[in-house]
Ligand binder design. Structure first.
Ligand SMILES: Nc1ncnc2c1ncn2[C@@H]1O[C@H](COP(=O)(O)OP(=O)(O)OP(=O)(O)O)[C@@H](O)[C@H]1O
Ligand SMILES: [Mg+2]
Length: 253
């Protein structure tokens, strides 16, 4: 479970994220939406402990990030960054193996079980056949899938993903989002595709560094809010096959 209270981050007198309070309960899939520069990535980085809040506090499963420490955080939470990089000259398999780091120590060195977990993670993102390839030679979408595999190999209870479907072709977008849903983990996911955001259990809307609305997708995706935050008008269509709502967007001139 993630509990954030009054979290903010300020630099050079500018509030990038201001006074965000939020609880994501166990097993919930929480989507974060908002325009470019609204603070989504910064908020995720604050929750992951990669940036320290200048105000407020983040708790994971009841403990503050300071109490957990780096290793404690990494044993609970995996983060897939928006544009993740990896040191060059590393194979795909070794890049995914990095996810096992928080679980290794002198007393529990790398074992066959770690190998099995890495193999499983590669298969889950459809990258098994690339396992001996140099990470640097991968395409953008393939790299993204490897980073998701690294996060899966970490065996976290909490998964933070920053636009994970960004570089993926439509087949892999659907399969990765389904995989993430099926894992049943506590998940926070920043998304730009508002139709994909509709699949989340709950949504939060970032606007100018503030969390201005939270609720179910139906509660949050109102014409008023989308007009105010994104400057678009929506039309809802209904899929005649399964009755699902599909959103179409038009600029407000
Ligand atoms: N270290 C920094 N110094 C100055 N400004 C920063 C810093 N980090 C982020 N910002 C600014 O804070 C704002 C929020 O950035 P952030 O990356 O969190 O936005 P975002 O909602 O993830 O946007 P996008 O949808 O484009 O990914 C942006 O305007 C960005 O330029
Ligand atoms: Mg971002």
């Amino acid at each position: 479970m993630i509990r954030i209270s009054g979290v903010g981050w300020r630099t050079k007198g500018t509030h990038i994220v201001r006074d965000v309070s939020l609880t994501v309960s166990q097993g919930q899939r929480f989507g974060l939406i908002g325009p470019n520069g609204s603070g989504k990535s910064t908020l995720l980085r604050l929750i992951a402990g990669l940036q320290t809040p200048t105000s407020g506090q983040v708790r994971l499963q009841g403990k503050t990030l300071a109490e957990l420490g780096r290793r404690g955080i990494a044993r609970r939470l995996a983060f897939v960054a928006q544009a993740a990089e990896t040191a060059d000259r590393i194979t795909v398999r070794d890049a995914v193996g990095l996810g096992r780091t928080p679980w290794l120590s002198a007393l529990s060195p790398w074992s066959a079980e770690d190998d099995r977990i890495v193999t499983e993670a590669l298969a889950a993102v459809d990258m098994a056949r690339f396992d001996r390839r140099d990470w640097m030679t991968l395409s953008g979408g393939e790299r993204q899938r490897v980073h998701i595999a690294r996060a899966l190999a970490q065996r976290p209870q909490i998964l933070l993903l920053d636009e994970p479907a960004n570089h993926l072709d439509i087949h892999h977008q659907l399969s990765i989002l389904r995989l993430i849903g099926d894992l049943g983990l506590t998940t926070m996911i920043a998304l730009h595709d508002l139709n994909q955001a509709m699949e989340c259990d709950r949504l939060g809307v970032m606007h100018k560094g503030q969390l201005i609305a939270t609720g179910t997708p139906a509660e949050v995706m109102t014409p008023d809010l989308l007009a105010r935050v994104f400057g678009v008008r929506i039309r809802e269509l209904v899929d005649p096959v399964d009755g699902a709502k599909v959103l179409r967007f038009h600029e407000i001139c």
